[in-house]
Each structure stands twice: as structure tokens, then as C-alpha cells.
Ligand binder design. Sequence first.
Ligand SMILES: [Zn+2]
Ligand SMILES: [Zn+2]
Length: 303
Amino acid sequence: MTDESTVGGREGATEPVEDTAAVSDAFAALGDETRVAILEALVEARRGNPEDRALTFSDLRTRTGIDDSGRFNSHLGKLRGRFVEEIDEGYVLTYAGREVVGAILAGTYDADDDSESEPLDDTCPFCDEPLSASFDAGEFAVDCGNDHTVMRTSVAPSAAADRSVDDILSLAARQAYTMIERVTGGVCPNCSGRVDREVVPAETDLSIDYVFTTTCRRCGAFTRSSVGAVVLRHPAFVGFCHDHGIDVVDRLPWTLPLLTDDATTRTSEDPPRYRVRVEADDERLDITLDERGVVLATERTTS
Ligand SMILES: [Zn+2]
Ligand SMILES: [Zn+2]
């Protein structure tokens, strides 16, 4: 039994080649004030009336403030089928339209308050120096004074704008867990393309021998984590922690005993096998992974 995901697909194959003309058309469709105003009008309509979000042609034109119906129609045509679609009741955003609008709303807010470093109460799992958190241009990072980054993840500026550092921390940790769940399942968190997964030598000065990396074949998004992070959402690990009174949902990643190398060892060269070991009270959990971070076996032992 393995955890191989049903969406993992053919490892090593490349993603179908994107239609680059379609991609540049999509970008071009957004490069115009009127067309952006049409998307905004549809969001406004949804916000005002979430259950009946469609706008008729004339309603949409009025809200966009364009008198010339032919000109309006030509702009709408550039969005149709891509960001906007017509249903029985009128015009609504498509999946891509909702995603684009969501990204714009998440990424824009009037603020220049990228935080300086905020000291945290925890210490670095590698060197015991105090950790601090920083937020810069949508990137949230937790590091120590020796430049050990224990977490780096994207957080929407709009989400960070009205949250305390503690709240951003907890949001960032949840996002990191969600990201790990997706990439260990072979799915890119950004574009839902297939990712290649690999356990590789760490090549850092940390006390880590191996890291788990993923690369998206479609958008090139790259992730790197400790090998132990691969099992953070595995039922065997979650259950083990639960049985020992540790709620992993509420724990920040660096407070879990999986970032440091004593948790992960290579147990076989050919085929490559890795073991993640966690101990609590008088019990031990061993999780065996293959070279792609797929869980092959789990074993609990009482000493
Ligand atoms: Zn450190
Ligand atoms: Zn991707």
C-alpha cells in the first residue's frame, strides 16, 4: 500500500505544452481599463447579491459606465469564454475570472506596512537562537539570527493587513500545511499542474542530510521542505501525536520534532528508502518513504 495520489500521473513526462497564444491573449485581455471595470462590476454584483450574481448585458454595461453598446460588446467579447461567461440569467465570472479577481483583491491594499522583524517566543530548532517573523511583499518568513529559515510561505497582503503577527503565523502555518498536502499528492498549489517530487541531499550547513523538493511541470513553482514535513498530514503521524496529547493542527511547524536530521535517516541506497522517526513518551513511530516522499509503511513500537 502506498500513498500514491490518484492525480500523481506519469512521473517524468512533461505537462502538455500550453497554447502560448491563449496564455498571451489571457494576459492581454486584462490589460485594459474597461475590461477590468467589467470584472469589477461582476464582483460588485456578487458582493451585493451573492445568490443571484448574474448581470444582464445592459445592467453590466450601465455599471461599467460605457454608453456605446458596440464598444462595450467588443470589450466583453475579449473576456467571454475566458474570464466571463453567459448563463441563462446573464453574465458571471468563470473559474479563471474568479481566480484572477481573487488574486487582485488578495494582492492589493493601500499599505506600506511591511513589517520589520517581529521577535517570537520560540527558538530555532537548529541552533536555539530566538526566532523572528517578517513579512515582505506577500512573503512571510520565520528565521533565526543565523539565517536559518524555518518557514517561508506566501501570505496575501490583504490577509496580513488586518491580522496580528500571531494570527499571520497561524494562517501561514495552515497555508504551509495545505501546500505540503498538495505537493505530496503531486499537485501544484499554484496552478494545479503535476509536480515532480524528489528526496535529495540537502547541501546546506544545517543539521539536515536530505530535503524534499517539488517542481511544477506547468508553472515551475518550486518547494523545499525537510523530509519530515512530508508526513505532517499523514494519518499515522497525526494519530500518533493525538494519542500522545499533541494536536498537530494547532502546532507551528518548527515546534514539531521533524525538522532536524535526527528525525530522518536514509535506510537503503537501492532502492532509496528514508525513515522518519518520531518519539513521544515511551513510544516510537517509524515512517518509511521512497525517493519521491511517498509513504510505504508505518510502524509503532513501544520501548
Ligand atoms: Zn538557527
Ligand atoms: Zn504550477
